[in-house]
Write a protein that binds this ligand. Structure first.
Ligand SMILES: Nc1ncnc2c1ncn2[C@@H]1O[C@H](COP(=O)(O)OP(=O)(O)OP(=O)(O)O)[C@@H](O)[C@H]1O
Ligand SMILES: Nc1ncnc2c1ncn2[C@@H]1O[C@H](COP(=O)(O)OP(=O)(O)OP(=O)(O)O)[C@@H](O)[C@H]1O
Ligand SMILES: [Mg+2]
Ligand SMILES: [Mg+2]
Lengths: 156, 217, 156, 217
């Protein structure tokens, strides 16, 4: 069991370092409380945004925390790739530049798998291949609009 | 492989039957607050059995049926979601030997459905070069599709039944998960990130975070 | 004590109804679990967005919940007005139209009190009278830029 | 009345002394993730004594001193924040009788500062009609300002002291809160909404929400 954990941990850690560097231009890694006996402790996300001292999740800003947590989620996904991904407003804490960086990464990954991303942010909508509009008029059912099956420019 | 279509009937804020065609690659879903974006993601989780009612923001399963439907009707009401996958390109799934393992399973509980599924799933050929389609014995499967349906029926008294179907044939949740695993869709695989999951990961303690890796290992 | 609570509750409830109607075009109210003995139970935020059935906080969408919670915070503030207010990214869950509505309300209130609002959203930045930019170059201290003390057009 | 200026020295990500002039009305603070926006709000909470270290996202108070400062220096390091209010228009504060009540308090603990504060605070006249300023005995107070400063000193060993000042004169947190109450700035007044407070209210249980009204009552 420890063996299987170690193998998963090492792989996810390598993914995390690569993804965090791509999303935030800094260095990050996963740290076990007790490396010799992992089941005895927990796991910390340690990040070192460019030019800042190394810090734990707790002392980062809202946006830095969410970029670190996102990197961890993506690192888990890379360990067990799937044919499709669905994300629901994962970009809400990010500033414009970070939304763009995240959108670029998704666009890149979308060559190998399907990505369905719910977002209210303009840079994300603009980088997608197509947008599905959803609306609900007063008291009516949800309507799915503008299923624009052709590659499109931003409609927002 | 990708999700080709979602079809929602009386599911949450969707009334009637709403088809949602999808394409491979990068699709964004956008729209005003409360318009039903997260409900679409919930529909996916519901159909593929990837979350319980709490994970779909409902107290109990019957709350998932469109309210207008439950308040108007005197008899049993029904909500259903169908997810259709396009399997083109799945040839690499290992061809014939898949048929062996599942059949062993399938016969065990006597459900025809599973082997029916298998025929579609396991012998999907790599897309043939143009013009050669006539010689392939499976060209009949032009659609190379695989669909999952889940139906929820709620009686007036509030009792309910929920059934899964693969390509129209009834199956159990365990059988469905086995097939999904084969398609590399894992319930704990984190491929569906819900609204608030990022915050949840941030506020977890370090032990809970470590347990995520335990599950994957 | 019950008397003081009742008076505060009634006033905040009236505020909540007015503010919720302004922010979301629907009806909302505060509901005590036990109206006869308030200390025996809790308080629920009940909202009825236009055209939808009445619902509790738990069954609303992310944006609807945050609009309801914001209305409650503003209702508390109106009961005890203060000369200044500071908000840190309270608009992150809202869609573009709701950010505009919130910004309009703040602009209106800013005639009577000072509002300092941290935001990454364009409609909020565009409605403000001025924007203070904050940045931190690699490894350096936080710099406060563009303190544009004249009324300005949006710089983003 | 409004906040006219913030001045941060070695506070969190702010090094040296950083003045931040502010105007009445609607000001937005914007900038990249992690650049120091929330730290500005924390500076306000720190100076006015409206939150403990947890409310400012620091394990202990000494963590608020700029890291570069703490790692470089061999001796005691200091962080401080000054908030300057512009009181013009506060005339309605009730004039003379305020002076009575506070003096009763002020003498009790012998701090000169409080009465000094009071002189500025309580006898601020309504802005006089133009041209009449010469006759007002208080026109000397041309600035009509009121400032609060908090200094945090941390020794090499990690012990620390934290002091409050009103208009440069030392005072206790209780005295500061009394003056702030007079200005209608209440610690539990919800006039400062931190990043995550909206989510906190949403995930509270109904009893906790009711307790918020208890506090206000
Ligand atoms: N004592 C300190 N010394 C130096 N830097 C510090 C100190 N305390 C916090 N910081 C830094 O301040 C940064 C956080 O700033 P802050 O939370 O204000 O960001 P923000 O602008 O609000 O970002 P976001 O948009 O993501 O919320 C962190 O990167 C943290 O490392
Ligand atoms: N069974 C149901 N019948 C009818 N409407 C329902 C049902 N269940 C949920 N809803 C409605 O669906 C709406 C929520 O939709 P959803 O959570 O998908 O919004 P959203 O588009 O994700 O919004 P946001 O941008 O705020 O996250 C709520 O207003 C709720 O009332
Ligand atoms: Mg949503
Ligand atoms: Mg912040």
């Amino acid at each position: 069991r420890q063996q299987a954990f170690k193998e998963a941990f090492d792989a996810v850690n390598i993914n995390f370092q690569a993804i965090f560097a791509e999303l935030s231009d800094g260095d990050g890694h996963l740290q076990l409380d007790d490396a010799n006996d992992p089941f005895n402790g927990g796991l910390n996300l340690v990040a070192h945004p460019k030019g800042k001292p190394v810090q734990r999740l707790a002392s980062m800003s809202g946006g830095e925390k969410s970029l670190t947590a996102l990197s961890f989620i993506f690192a888990l996904q890379r360990y067990r790739p799937s044919p499709f991904y669905a994300f629901d407003e994962v970009d809400m804490f990010l500033d414009g530049a970070n939304v763009e960086r995240l959108a670029r990464m998704i666009k890149q990954q979308a060559k190998q798998a399907q990505f369905i991303v719910v977002s209210l942010r303009r840079p994300m909508i603009e980088s997608s291949e197509r947008t599905i509009g959803v609306t609900q008029a007063r008291g009516a059912f949800t309507q799915v609009l503008g299923i624009d099956l052709l590659p499109q420019s931003a409609s927002v | 492989m990708y999700i080709k279509r979602l079809e929602l009937s009386n599911f949450k804020s969707f009334g009637g039957t709403t088809p949602v065609p999808l394409l491979p690659g990068f699709t964004v879903i956008s729209g005003p607050n409360g318009s039903g974006k997260s409900n679409l993601i919930d529909a996916l989780l519901f159909c593929l059995g990837l979350a319980g009612s709490k994970g779909m923001r409902a107290e109990r399963l019957p709350d998932l049926v469109n309210h207008t439907q439950t308040s108007r009707s005197r008899s049993t009401v029904e909500a259903s979601v169908t997810v259709t996958f396009d399997l083109v390109g799945m040839g690499g799934m290992g061809g014939g030997q898949q048929l062996e393992t599942v059949n062993g399973n399938g016969n065990g509980n006597g459900k025809n459905a599973v082997s029916a599924v298998d025929t579609t799933l396991t012998v999907v050929p790599d897309p043939l070069p143009e013009g050669d389609t006539a010689s392939s014995p499976f060209s009949l499967h032009a659609s190379l599709e695989w669909s999952v349906t889940r139906k929820l029926r709620v009686t007036q008294q509030g009792t309910y039944t929920s059934n899964y179907y693969i390509n129209g044939q009834p199956c159990t949740l365990t059988e469905l998960h086995e097939e999904l695993n084969r398609l590399r869709v894992y319930p704990e695989g984190y491929n569906v990130v819900l609204q608030g999951d990022v915050t949840r990961i941030i506020s977890m303690n370090s032990r809970e975070r470590r347990e995520i890796i335990d599950e994957l290992a």
